[in-house]
Design a protein around this ligand. Structure first.
Ligand code: PLP
Length: 222
């Protein structure tokens, strides 16, 4: 069954890709379903969408097993800050991790991937706006963290970032793209409801869209 919001976003992705002379198939739409119930998610599944993002392990563990039982080909992306003591659960539940950002977490993920024999592709999250309260590594730490992750057997597919709120995201997207290029990485997880078209123009391979697909989130449960 067609879903109007999904159709609209897909149309915008196609248009942005065409303008940037890129292939639509090179851009993955991650439907960010944090705070949404299974009943809110099911219409997107019925419309054929299979790629979703969550920012909390506990919340995801509560709602996705039932949905996966009905749709086994769901692909789940962890996009939120991850505590090392949740690494085991995250590796078991998710298919991708976007929020790898520090030595202790890399170590915990590498250990769990070994134990579970599940090698999830990961993005290294960069604190691109150098904001103290945000997740992500320092820009200058990128090379050493990539090396640590690879030494631990982790497959690093790209960089991820969330630019500062209320600013023009373009220079941050451009900087993340340059950092990825300089480090030989193809994947770029960037762009949300308000700026995914800009992100696509600057090379995003994974856009993370919540509000534009599901409507506004209730403020307290972000
Ligand atoms: C919530 C969230 C998104 C989606 O944001 P919207 O503005 O609702 O599209 C994307 N990325 C991360 C890391 C998020 O936490």
């Amino acid at each position: 069954m067609a879903n109007p919001a999904l159709e609209e976003i897909r149309g915008k992705i196609e248009k942005s890709a065409r303008l940037a002379d890129r292939k639509t198939s090179d851009i993955v739409l991650i439907a960010v379903s944090k705070t949404r119930s299974g009943d809110e998610i099911r219409p997107l599944l019925a419309a054929g969408h299979r790629v979703f993002g969550e920012n909390r392990v506990q919340e995801a563990a509560g709602k996705w097993p039932a949905l996966k039982a009905d749709y086994p080909d769901i692909q789940l992306h962890m996009i939120g800050q991850l505590q090392s003591n949740k690494a085991a659960e995250a590796v078991a539940l998710f298919d991708y991790i976007h929020s790898m950002d520090r030595p202790s977490l890399i170590k915990a993920l590498a250990k769990e991937m070994d134990l579970q024999q599940r090698r999830l592709p990961c993005f290294l999250q960069v604190n691109i706006g150098e904001e103290p309260q945000k997740g992500g590594c320092d820009i200058k730490a990128v090379p050493e963290l990539l090396e640590q992750a690879r030494d631990g057997g982790i497959k690093v597919v790209g960089l991820m970032a969330v630019p500062p709120d209320g600013t023009n995201a373009t220079p941050y997207f451009a900087l993340l793209a340059k950092l990825a290029r300089d480090n030989g990485l193809d994947g770029l997880s960037m762009g949300m409801s308000g700026d995914f078209e800009k992100a696509i123009k600057l090379g995003a391979t994974h856009i993370r869209v919540g509000t534009a697909l599901f409507g506004e989130r209730v403020p307290h449960s972000v």
